[in-house]
Design a protein around this ligand. Structure first.
Ligand SMILES: Cc1ncc(COP(=O)(O)OP(=O)(O)O)c(N)n1
Ligand SMILES: Cc1ncsc1CCOP(=O)(O)O
Ligand SMILES: [Mg+2]
Length: 223
């Protein structure tokens, strides 16, 4: 799905249907140390995508982080998306953008990014928002938060059934997000999620991010 990295979902013939989608912490104090952690995490197993999700920082901080981290992602064949900002995604030649309901339209992002890039849309617990995003030309829709999370204040807590319904009515990939761990991710994959988007359970794992990636891939591969 993306030029610089492989965001193909499992339906593309890979042996594992549901794949891991990583999201950076909202704040990265030591960029070089994070880049080393990222490199070891991506070397540890299959990851479809990394989303740079810095919050409450200036554009130059996002630019610096993207220029340091995108090459690491691409070295492992991992797509690199920017959160919120289609304009920066274009400027930085990222593989796409993730848009929340307040981050501008798919049409606007597509006019900036063109068709070779991935545009994802937050759809909370709403099939209506997902249909709207799909009709607008989104490349994936994201539902969540499925489990309690400390990473983001969320009002929406969908049931996993929404993933099954979505999988039955369309081939447009779905991403599940919110409090996902190696212990609970399989329920979402079994329900139909094409990707599980994860932040805290990887970057805050006391065993280190590489062991967390291994644990997720072991859980997602298990029957
Ligand atoms: C894959 C994925 N899904 C949902 C979100 C949340 O986006 P949004 O609602 O715009 O909230 P912020 O992440 O911008 O705080 C996401 N970033 N990625
Ligand atoms: C960005 C976002 N959107 C809904 S929940 C969430 C946080 C995901 O992070 P974590 O995997 O740590 O719960
Ligand atoms: Mg957003």
């Amino acid at each position: 799905m993306a030029a610089g990295g492989d965001m193909e979902d499992g339906n593309g013939g890979t042996e594992q249907r549901c794949r891991l989608y990583l999201i950076t912490p909202a704040r990265i104090d030591d960029l070089d140390a994070f880049a080393r952690d990222l490199d070891s995490a991506l070397a540890a197993g299959d990851v479809a995508c990394l989303q740079l999700r810095l919050k409450d920082v200036g554009d130059d901080v996002i630019r610096t982080a993207a220029r340091r981290l995108m090459p690491v992602a691409h070295a492992h064949g991992v797509a690199f998306l920017i959160n919120d900002r289609a304009d920066l995604a274009v400027e930085l030649d990222a593989d796409g953008v993730h848009l929340g309901q307040g981050d501008g339209s798919v049409a606007e992002a597509r006019s900036l990014l063109g068709h070779g890039k991935d545009i994802g849309v937050t759809c909370h617990d709403s099939l209506h928002l997902a249909y709207e995003a799909g009709e607008g030309g989104a490349d994936y829709v994201a539902f969540g938060a499925f489990f309690p999370t400390q990473t983001k204040e969320t009002q929406h807590t969908p049931d996993a059934d929404i993933l099954t319904v979505w999988d039955e009515v369309t081939e447009l990939p779905s991403v599940a997000i919110g409090g996902i761990t190696p212990e609970n991710c399989k329920t979402l994959a079994a329900a139909g999620a094409h990707f599980v988007a994860v932040s805290g359970a990887v970057w805050s794992d006391p065993r280190g991010p590489a062991m967390a990636v291994k644990a997720f891939n072991a859980a997602l591969a298990a029957d």
